[in-house]
Design a protein around this ligand. Sequence first.
Ligand code: PDD
Length: 290
Amino acid sequence: MDKKANSIIYINGEIHSPENAKISVFDRGFLFGDSVYEVTRTYDRKVFLWDEHYDRLKKSSTKIGMHLPFSKVFLKNEIEKTMERLQNKEVFIRVIVTRGEGGFSLDPSTLTENNLIIMIKEMTRYPECWYRDGVHVIIANTHRTNKDSLDPAIKSGNYLNNVMAYMEAATQNVYDSVMLNSEGYVTEATTSNIWVVKGNEVITPPLKAGILEGITRKTVIKLAKENEIKIVQRNFLPAELINGDECFLTSSTKEIVPITKIDGHPVGDGGPGPTTKKIHELYRSFISQQ
Ligand code: PDD
């Protein structure tokens, strides 16, 4: 399948077909991963939780010492303008801001302007079996980057660490990898936050474990509180994940995905559990109210 099918790319104010979307080899996003990005999607053609995504984009750029010259409203307009080209379609949206084009060196002082790229792709339906039967994951040997080196709270273009963990999962023919931090605690999956249900508690690693503060994670915490589901944010080891009653992943694009096997061991009774299903129902109803 052509992964570029039904997509449209905006670069610095101009809209291109995917074949004609080109960026300089001197762009620092390409050279060093020196960029920040966000991924969201539409529901009913509305950009989902844009304010939250913009705020995180802003936080990421501040954390890498990059001024973000684009406002929330400006970016939303540019996204909507680009989306127009894929009419009547639900779309996947990736907004990238790079530090711009420089020379060969790391020194950013010769830079001119940021590059702004908006990638819009038709949203294809994810396999029904992910939600019905759950997915299988492994605990990766590749650890999540340390907070003191490249803070996972920054959604930067430097995802090599996650790419390597993902490749471990692909080699074993499973859906994804769970990454640990240098202390051996669970952090997150390569593009999702992770949760384990044990008894009446829904447990997720704290921000200090070194994770991205997921927007879906925040929403799930809010919905759980409103519905008297007990959320606990604390460190835990992979054994706790494997011995949980239920596990699941959260992300803006895929919503709530049950995990039913970890390193070959079934989680709980081996099928998506009632709390995972309940949280997905609450999340779907939240989506319909946006
Ligand atoms: N990924 N953790 C990581 C490392 C992520 O890259 C993501 C998002 C999440 C979930 O965050 P949110 O709920 O805000 O989507 C957690 C997006 C979907 C991506 O890079 O494609």
